[in-house]
Every structure is written in structure tokens, then in C-alpha cells.
Design a binder for this molecule. Structure first.
Ligand code: PDD
Length: 267
């Protein structure tokens, strides 16, 4: 298996990073993650734009243009025969004299197996465990997920699929997904303190007329339907927040409609 590291496509076993890279010692770096569908990198242009934007916003010099990144990715898909898989791009903060200031970091591009949620979860929905929390510099896809990785022990022990972040009465997102709520026919999603997901963007296009506005935590609890979106979960219904059932407790009609439309888009 091949990956991109040390500025070239090499065997994945030979990829390495300096132990004093602030990606490792300070958790300072950015990444992005997309998948292939029948050898095609789905919505690649959007993911590359976000990756480049994350680098700019974190003051990390990215030595590759969008076209160069695309070329490397297509070569990797070919070399690894990647029909349906995930691809992760990571740009580390680099090794610096003061062990704090970003420098030229290392770029890694490598593929990962995908593990979509089971069909049962798409039919019955999943449980999210609510927690009062907000992600900082939320619109940058930083590699720092220390809080949810640490907290996952708790939500897993409570039978939840993931977590729901809310603060001061307003919801934002899940640890690796965006959230939508549906009430009386209106589809709504928050805009503040979130990573602007590419799947979220597709849903906004598919559904049309989505209200982008602050959403109260109570509003979610009283919604008819809710779902989360991400590259690895697609559109996944939510049927429980903590101990509270959402809607019918099964996938809702409007959510199902969007799941079907999204499946057509992936072809
Ligand atoms: N996570 N919000 C956060 C905090 C995320 O990390 C992600 C993606 C999303 C959804 O974005 P998208 O639809 O572009 O995947 C929202 C990826 C899947 C990850 O952590 O690997």
C-alpha cells in the first residue's frame, strides 16, 4: 500500500514524522477526510478548498496547490486500487525551535478502510449523548480531537453512537458530524460553532429552503425528526437525545427522502 509522505508517493510503512513536530507535541495541525465512490473522489473540489482554507486559517504553509493535491490523490487512488475507501490528508504544524510556532509541516495523504453504520441504525436512528461543550476555532478542521476522544468512553458506556454539543441553550454539532432538525415541515441547521461539513453542504442543496439559524436545545428535543451528516455516516437519523425520544423513535419520512436523494448523488 502507498501513501504520500516525505513529499512523494512511497510505501506506507516508510512514512514518518519528526517526534518534535508540534502536530504531535501540541496537537497543532489540520486535516481533511473524503471518500471514493467507484474510484471517483466524491466532492473532491469542496474538500480540497476546505483543506486549503484550514491551512490558511491556522497559518500553516501548504506547499502544494489545489491542482497538485488533486494529481497526487488521483495517483494514489490508482496505485492503491481504491474503489470505495476513505482518504485522509494531514498537514502537521512542523518542527520549530521554540516548540510552539508553526513552521513548514509535513503533508501526509493516506487511505483508510471505511466502516459505515449498520442498516439497523439507518432504520431506527441512533442515540446522541448531550454534553455542554463548544469547539473552539470550530470552522477549522484541526487535528485536535482530544476532548471527544477522551469523552467517547462515557458516551459509549451509555449506548450512544456519539455526542451532541450544546451550550447556553443552543446546539452546534456532534463530535464528527453536523446536525439538522425537522419540525412542522421546516428543516433547520445551526451555523455557529460548527465545522461546515461537505455533507451538510450537499444536504442544503438537496433539501432547498433549509433554515440556517440558531437552534435551541429544547427545539431539538421537541423536533419531529433529526439527523446527523458526515462523510463517514452520510445522513444518519437520530431517534434519541440522552433519555428523550425524538419524533416517532424511527427514521422520519423527510429524513428517509433525503437519504434516498443523497444515495443517487453518490453514483
Ligand atoms: N469529521 N463536524 C466535525 C467536528 C467533523 O469532524 C466533521 C467531519 C463534520 C462533518 O463534515 P463532513 O460532512 O465534511 O465530513 C462536522 C470527519 C469525518 C472525521 O473526523 O474523520
Amino acid at each position: 500500500e502507498f501513501c504520500f509522505a516525505q513529499d512523494q508517493i512511497i510505501a506506507s510503512v516508510n512514512a514518518s514524522i519528526h517526534p518534535m513536530d508540534i502536530g504531535l507535541i501540541r496537537g497543532y495541525g489540520i486535516f481533511d477526510f473524503f471518500r471514493t465512490s467507484n474510484y471517483k473522489p466524491l466532492f473532491l473540489s469542496d474538500y480540497l478548498d476546505r483543506f486549503i482554507r484550514s491551512a490558511e486559517k491556522t497559518y500553516l504553509p501548504l506547499q502544494y496547490s489545489k491542482a497538485e493535491l488533486e494529481k497526487i490523490i488521483l495517483e494514489l487512488i490508482d496505485k492503491n486500487d481504491l474503489a470505495n475507501g476513505g482518504i485522509r490528508m494531514v498537514l502537521s504544524g512542523g518542527v520549530s525551535e521554540n516548540h510552539f510556532s508553526p513552521t513548514d509541516g509535513s503533508l501526509f495523504i493516506f487511505n483508510e478502510d471505511l466502516d459505515f453504520p449498520s442498516n439497523v441504525k439507518y432504520e431506527n436512528g441512533i442515540k446522541l449523548l448531550p454534553i455542554e461543550h463548544v469547539r473552539y476555532i470550530a470552522d477549522i478542521k484541526t487535528t485536535n480531537y482530544a476532548f471527544p476522544v477522551w469523552h467517547s468512553k462515557i458516551w459509549k458506556s451509555e449506548g450512544a453512537e456519539d455526542v451532541l454539543y450544546h451550550l447556553n441553550g443552543y446546539i452546534s454539532e456532534s463530535s464528527r458530524s453536523n446536525i439538522f432538525v425537522i419540525k412542522d415541515g421546516e428543516i433547520a441547521t445551526p451555523d455557529k460553532d460548527i465545522l461546515h461539513g461537505i455533507t451538510r453542504k450537499r444536504v442544503l442543496e438537496l433539501a432547498g429552503n433549509v433554515a440556517i439559524r440558531p437552534i435551541g436545545y429544547d427545539e431539538l428535543l421537541n423536533a419531529d425528526e433529526a439527523f446527523i451528516t458526515s462523510t463517514t455516516k452520510k445522513i444518519l437519523p437520530v431517534s434519541q437525545i440522552g433519555t428523550k425520544q425524538i419524533g416517532s423513535g424511527k427514521v422520519g419520512e423527510k429524513t428517509l427522502e433525503l437519504i434516498k436523494k443523497f444515495a443517487e448523488m453518490e453514483q
